[in-house]
Design a protein around this ligand. Structure first.
Ligand code: MRU
Length: 388
C-alpha cells in the first residue's frame, strides 16, 4: 500500500523555480529515511497538494501507470528510482532485468523512460550485486540533477526567443503564448521544458500571458499547468482545446510552445493528443510553433517513419468520465457519455517536423530536421564515431 506522507520539501538548489505556497520543491526526492522516494501526487491536483511515499518497485511502477507522476522527464526519473527500490530489495541480475521490464511496460510513448532505464541497467550490470543499490541511488540522483540542468538550459534558450517576440507582439499589453498539456515543473524534476522560458521571461519582467489548453481527457492543462502558473504568479487563461485556432485568427497568440514525449532524429514531435491540431492551426495563421526538447526526449533510433512511435491507448473511462470538485468540496467523477457509446482514448499524436518552427533543446535552438539536430548533437550524426 502506498503511504501519504508529510510535505517535507525536496532538496533544492539555488535558483530552483518550483514553489508550492512559497515553499521550494522538486517533484521527486528521497524521504527522510534516505531510501524511500517522495513524489507529489498529481492525480489530486489542483484541489489538494499531497506527497506520496514510494517504498517498493511495484509502487514506483504503479505511480507511473496511474499518472500519480507523469510528464516525460519525470517518468524517467521515477523509473530510475524504481530501479533503486528494486536493487535495495534484491540486487541480483534477475531482479535487475525484471525491474527494468516491469518499469518499461508502464507507459510506452515517452522515450525518457527507456533512456533512464538503459542508463541504470548499463551502469549496474557490470557491478557486483552488493554495490548495486548504492550505485543506483547515486545515478538516479544524477539523472534528476541532469534533468534540472537541461530544463534550466531550455529556459535560457527559449527566453531569448520570447525576448525577440516582445517587440513584435501582436497585442500591445503582453506576449501571448499558447501551451498544450503540462510541460512545466510538474512534468520534470524542476523548471519544466515548455514553461521554463515562460517563468524566466516573467521573472525578467517581460509581460507574458499564457493560453492554457485544458487538454482533455485528463485535463493536465486545466488542472496542472494552470495550478503551477498560479503558484508562480504568471498571468494565464484556461481555454477549451478547440479554442486555439480561433485565438490565432484573432491575433491573440504570438507563439505556441509545447513539450514532447519523443522527438525523432528528423524533428518529428510526438506529444499529448491535440498537439498536432495546434501546430496545423499555427501553420495556417503564421504563428511560430516551438517545441521544448531535452536531450533525453530525442529518439535517435527513429530517423523517418515517425508513425513507428508507440502511441499509448489509455483507459476509456478517462474520456467517458470527468473528475472535479463539487460545490461542497468533494472530489467526484461523473459520466459524460451515453451508456453504451463506444469510446477511444489515443493519448498522443505526432506533429510532422515541417509544422515545427524550431526545437528548443538544452544545447540551443535548432531547425526541426536532421541537420538542425545534427548540428547540436554531432555525436548522433550519421557516420559519427561510436562512443568508446
Ligand atoms: O500523459 P502525460 O501527462 O504524461 O503527457 C505529458 C505530455 O504530453 C508533455 O507535454 C510531455 O511529456 C512533455 S513534459 C516536459
Amino acid at each position: 500500500m502506498m503511504v501519504y506522507g508529510s510535505a517535507t520539501p525536496a532538496r533544492v538548489t539555488p535558483g530552483n523555480t518550483m514553489n508550492v505556497n512559497g515553499e521550494p520543491y522538486r517533484t521527486i526526492w528521497l524521504a527522510e529515511d534516505g531510501w524511500a522516494v517522495n513524489v507529489i501526487d498529481q492525480t489530486r491536483l489542483p484541489h489538494e497538494f499531497a506527497v506520496l511515499r514510494l517504498a517498493t518497485l511495484r509502487e514506483a511502477a504503479s505511480a507511473i501507470t496511474t499518472m500519480v507522476v507523469r510528464g516525460a522527464p519525470l517518468i524517467g526519473a521515477t523509473a530510475a528510482y524504481g530501479v533503486c527500490l528494486a536493487m535495495r530489495a534484491d540486487p541480483r541480475d534477475e531482479a535487475l532485468s525484471s525491474a527494468c521490464a516491469m518499469l518499461a511496460a508502464t507507459r510506452p510513448t515517452a522515450v525518457n523512460l527507456q533512456w533512464a532505464l538503459s542508463a541504470m541497467r548499463d551502469a549496474l550490470t557490470g557491478l557486483p550485486p552488493s554495490a548495486r543499490a548504492d550505485a543506483a541511488y547515486r545515478l538516479a540522483a544524477e539523472i534528476c540533477d541532469q534533468d534540472v540542468a537541461a530544463s534550466r538550459a531550455i529556459g535560457e534558450h527559449g527566453l531569448a526567443l520570447i525576448r525577440d517576440l516582445f517587440p513584435r507582439r501582436r497585442q500591445p499589453d503582453c506576449v501571448n503564448l499558447l501551451t498544450h498539456c503540462n510541460a512545466g515543473w510538474l512534468a520534470t524534476v524542476d523548471w519544466g521544458t515548455a514553461l521554463a522560458p515562460v517563468y524566466m521571461a516573467h521573472d525578467e519582467g517581460i509581460p507574458v500571458h499564457v493560453w492554457v489548453d485544458e487538454t482533455r481527457p485528463r485535463n493536465q492543462g486545466a488542472a496542472l499547468t494552470a495550478w503551477e502558473l498560479m503558484q508562480h504568479g504568471v498571468p494565464h487563461t484556461v481555454i477549451v482545446d478547440s479554442a486555439g485556432g480561433h485565438l490565432m485568427q484573432q491575433g491573440l497568440v504570438d507563439a505556441c510552445i509545447t513539450g514532447t514525449d519523443r522527438t525523432t532524429a528528423r524533428g518529428d514531435v510526438c506529444n499529448k493528443i491535440g498537439t498536432y491540431l495546434k501546430a496545423l492551426a499555427a501553420h495556417d495563421n503564421g504563428v511560430p510553433f516551438y517545441v521544448a526538447v531535452p536531450s533525453s526526449s530525442i529518439d535517435w533510433s527513429i530517423d523517418g517513419e515517425p508513425m513507428r512511435i508507440p502511441i499509448e491507448q489509455r483507459p476509456v473511462t478517462e474520456v467517458s468520465r470527468v473528475t472535479g470538485r463539487s460545490d461542497d468540496g468533494e472530489i467526484i467523477s461523473v459520466q459524460v457519455t451515453p451508456d453504451g457509446s463506444p469510446v477511444a482514448n489515443h493519448a498522443f499524436d505526432v506533429t510532422p517536423a515541417r509544422l515545427v518552427t524550431a526545437l528548443i533543446t538544452d544545447r540551443g535552438v535548432c531547425a526541426a530536421d536532421r541537420d538542425g539536430l545534427g548540428s547540436l548533437y554531432p555525436e548522433h550524426r550519421a557516420g559519427a564515431p561510436l562512443p568508446a
